[in-house]
Ligand binder design. Structure first.
Ligand code: HEC
Ligand code: HEC
Ligand code: HEC
Ligand code: HEC
Length: 125
């Protein structure tokens, strides 16, 4: 009887540790830099310094991951923004990206700072 109780006390912390460790591995981690490219896209892929935006400039996760129950664990944009056959009121993949990225960059430029707003500044060859 005594030894059974000891076992419970011994194994519970180990069990707890495993559960915590697993949940950490299951978390998505925000990437440092990304290259954005839709399958079948014709233009050059777009470099996206994720950490520059999310960490250095401290833009809220929810500004871009805007429909998430937990914006730190986002779905890919393409899950909701299809490449073609638009759903009512939901912008297509390309338009969603352009609206998000370019609208903000225009504001940045209007304040006298630098951010890409021209096609070839993002779709670099
Ligand atoms: C601020 C950055 C940015 C600017 C400026 C920009 N784009 Fe994009 N564009 C993107 C991102 C991000 C995507 C989605 C990822 C991808 O597939 O390239 C995209 C996707 C696209 C796509 C669909 C994918 C493909 O390769 O066929 C086209 C077409 C496109 N852009 C055209 C343009 C044109 C034309 C301009 C200039 C009028 C422009 N873009 C300006 C960021 C930008
Ligand atoms: C300026 C816009 C922007 C901000 C701010 C931002 N993200 Fe992102 N993030 C993106 C884009 C765009 C992607 C690529 C999504 C795709 O490929 O569909 C991405 C991808 C991710 C991914 C990878 C998702 C996957 O399944 O591969 C994670 C995790 C993530 N972001 C977490 C965060 C966290 C946490 C924050 C806040 C600290 C944050 N993001 C802030 C734009 C942003
Ligand atoms: C879970 C579904 C979902 C995901 C994931 C998602 N969106 Fe959206 N998005 C929507 C819906 C639905 C709308 C339609 C307008 C609304 O309800 O805000 C929308 C609208 C938008 C708009 C237009 C907002 C406006 O004010 O006109 C932009 C820009 C946008 N999404 C960009 C993105 C980008 C970029 C990503 C990936 C980083 C993304 N979305 C991920 C569902 C999603
Ligand atoms: C809410 C504002 C905001 C949004 C949304 C945003 N950006 Fe930016 N972006 C910035 C700012 C601010 C800078 C200037 C950073 C600097 O000079 O330090 C910048 C700079 C950049 C640069 C240039 C980095 C360099 O090293 O010069 C790239 C590339 C870029 N953004 C890509 C994107 C793409 C692609 C998206 C859409 C997925 C996006 N950004 C969305 C605010 C934004």
């Amino acid at each position: 009887m005594k030894s059974r109780i000891t076992h419970v006390f011994l194994f519970f912390p180990i069990f707890l540790f495993l559960v915590l460790a697993l949940s950490v591995f299951a978390q998505k981690k925000a990437p440092e830099v990304m290259t954005l490219k839709v399958e079948g896209g014709k233009l050059a892929p777009v470099p996206f310094p994720h950490a520059l935006h999310a960490e250095k400039h401290k833009i809220q996760c929810s500004k871009c991951h805007h429909k998430e129950p937990d914006p730190t664990q986002p779905e890919l944009c393409i899950k909701c923004h299809p490449v073609k056959d638009a759903k009512e009121g939901v912008p297509l993949f390309k338009d969603a990206y352009h609206k998000l990225c370019i609208d903000c960059h225009k504001e940045v430029v209007a304040k006298g700072n630098k951010a890409p707003t021209k096609c070839t500044e993002c779709h670099k060859k």
